[in-house]
Design a protein around this ligand. Structure first.
Ligand code: M6R
Length: 611
């Protein structure tokens, strides 16, 4: 997601800004820019693509000035382009913004009626216009920024400079990260600590609603109501590598822990609760087209294929449309039946997986409408798609997919609600209930993450097992598949995921007292709770060790299992989001205890761009 760096001091700011932005590359971005101020002259340099493009431009014609702001943009509103890259300027004001302005359309309309012209498709540009107007009305820069944010609904980390007040940066944040770096005769602001570690180890974490006024010699912070506040200065002793992991031992751990935020970001701005509907930016399927759809084909690989299986249940249940879930690598090499009345959905974290891309192109060439559910805007799949739904998980660096999976699940749920409304299979009231259930998921993930200590105890007990079996029924079947994949790819322990009903048809032969069996058994009607209890009894009868994932209040399964991990009860179709978390933690801790390279397991690549 976007990254911000700001500098004010006695050195040339452009190289400091570019080098800080490089340290934020892990956040993911598709364009970048800097605004450097020299007295009352503002020099803006922006470039689409990798930072080296910006660097080349900056080196060719170095913008002079000892105060400036820089940004890496991860596109949300408007494609990646030089015009949409930040900083955005208007009337001598330059802004960089991380977050989403939900009411930007209304604000733009109002500003246009006052004679403003916009030069980008972004929501963020609105800030430059609002602040410029407030300055013209006589406010100083901090007050103008306050007045602007009061008009905005949404989330922001914002840094602003203006030619009319050329010695200070004003920055403010709400729900997007921002830290201040303190130096001698120079001060900094950034989205994250790594951007500034080469200049300072003294940081102040801004709190929600804080506004900071930064000069070369001073930093003042004001709280939401305008009163001056003292925020503690923290000395950070992280190495740059650790800092990029935010203090976590591995990216995978960080990414597991980020899931409440990642899922909230997938939902943000999309749920129209009062209308009982879902808004996807760029959605261009008419109601007639949606009603005429006869089939959905989901194309994906690995973890994304597992989320597709869960998505099938969601879409069939809420939109009453048949869904097939295809392994992309198989689909592309047969002679699939595809018709213009079909919707092909490619699910992919990276948007670059070769098999999924080829299958997606094949489906499109045969006449299907192409929808990408993807985490990386500008990736090959989003370029191929007629419609893209971004998962907004932020960059996923660990090879084992975690937050990509859970954000795909909620993305699919939103899509199921949208299709259900458009096809008339969901009433407004029913859709409202589904959306309300979704709003509860980030908090449930936060709660379930608290099971880490008990999962670690289980990991320690079974870290030397040769094999694992994962069982789930109904919506928990893909969770079992995902739990097994996670474990095998990073721990190198052989693991199988099975639908509970299939156990008697083969895998039961493997069960003995050395075999741990993870049974995902929340009390959901679709999960065939009674039947999964039958599976547990069968495992016990053969001496297998049962690790059960159960509801908080389930005493019965607790009395049968060797170990239990309790999860909050979500609705049947959303329970996979919550139930997956302990399995991610189990795989993580087993792999870590075995001393494996968790983030870069042997033989695996983050993005599989070859067959
Ligand atoms: O980027 P994609 O979602 O298309 O990747 C698909 C698979 O390669 C990926 O999910 C893989 O299975 C992960 N290593 C699973 O953790």
């Amino acid at each position: 997601m976007c990254g911000i760096v700001g500098y004010v001091g006695d050195k040339e700011s452009a190289p400091i800004l570019v080098s800080g932005l490089k340290k934020l590359e892990y956040r993911g971005y598709d364009s970048a820019g800097v605004a450097v101020m020299n007295r009352n002259v503002l020099n803006v340099v922006r470039a689409t693509g990798k930072l080296k493009n910006l660097e080349t431009r900056v080196q060719t014609d170095v913008p002079q000035g000892t105060i400036g702001i820089g940004h890496t943009r991860w596109a949300t509103h408007g494609r990646p382009s030089d015009e949409n890259a930040h900083p955005h300027t208007y009337g001598g004001v330059a802004v960089v913004h991380n977050g989403i302005i939900e009411n930007h359309l209304a604000l733009k309309e109002e500003l246009r009626s006052k004679g403003h012209h916009f030069s980008s498709e972004t929501d963020s540009e609105v800030f430059a216009h609002l602040i410029s107007d407030e300055l013209k009305s006589g406010l100083d820069l901090p007050a103008a920024v306050r007045a602007a944010i009061a008009q905005v609904k949404g989330t922001y980390a914002l840094a602003v400079v203006t030619t009319s007040d050329p010695n200070r940066i004003v920055c403010t944040k709400d729900s997007s990260p921002m830290v201040l770096g303190l130096g001698q005769g120079q001060n900094f602001v950034a989205s994250d600590v790594p951007a500034l570690l080469e200049h300072t180890r003294d940081f102040v974490y801004m709190e929600e609603g804080d506004l900071a006024v930064i000069t070369a010699s001073n930093v003042d912070i004001y709280g939401r109501t305008g009163q001056k506040v003292n925020r503690p200065t923290r000395r950070i002793d992280w190495t740059p590598m650790m800092a990029e992991k935010g203090g976590h031992k591995h990216f995978m751990h960080k990414e597991i822990m980020e899931q409440p935020r990642a899922v909230a970001d997938t939902l943000r701005g999309r749920m129209l609760l009062s209308e009982g509907d879902v808004h996807f930016e760029g959605w261009n399927l008419s109601p007639e087209k949606v009603r005429a759809l006869t089939k959905i084909t989901i194309l994906a690989c690995g973890t994304s294929w597992h989320s597709g299986i869960a998505g099938k249940a969601m879409i069939e249940s809420l939109a009453r449309l048949p869904v097939e879930v295809e392994l992309a690598s198989e689909f592309r090499y047969r002679d699939p039946i595809v018709e213009p009345s079909h919707l092909a959905i490619a699910i992919s974290q990276s948007g670059e997986t070769a098999d999924t891309l080829a299958a997606f192109k094949e489906a499109k060439a045969r006449g299907a409408t192409a929808l990408a559910l993807c985490n990386v805007i500008g990736s090959a799949m989003t370029r191929e798609a007629d419609i893209t739904i971004l998962t907004n998980a932020g960059p996923e660096i660990g090879v084992a997919s975690t937050k990509a999976f859970t954000t795909q699940l909620v993305g699919l749920y939103l899509l199921a609600v949208k299709l259900g409304r458009m096809r008339g299979t969901l009433t407004v009231k029913a859709a409202q209930e589904h959306l309300t259930a979704l709003t509860e998921i980030p908090k449930m993930i936060e709660d379930v993450l608290k099971c880490e200590a008990s999962v670690k105890r289980v990991a320690r007990e079974f870290m030397n097992a040769q094999d694992f079996l994962f069982l789930g029924r109904g919506p928990m079947h893909p969770v079992a598949l995902e739990g097994a994949l996670k474990l095998k790819e990073i721990s190198y322990i052989h693991a199988e995921g099975y639908a509970g009903g299939e156990m008697k048809h083969g895998p039961i032969a493997l069960i003995d007292e050395k075999m741990p069996v993870v049974v995902i058994a929340p009390k959901q009607p679709h999960v065939a709770y009674e039947k999964i209890i039958g599976n547990i009894e069968e495992v016990r009868a053969r001496g297998g060790k049962v690790i059960a994932i159960i509801d908080e209040d389930d005493a019965h399964v607790a009395s049968l299992a060797d170990h239990v991990i309790r999860i909050p009860a979500a609705s049947a179709l959303l329970a996979p989001v919550v139930a997956t978390i302990p399995l991610q933690l189990l795989a993580y801790h087993v792999a870590d205890l075995r001393g494996n390279d968790v983030d870069q397991p042997r033989n695996l690549a983050k993005s599989v761009t070859v067959e």
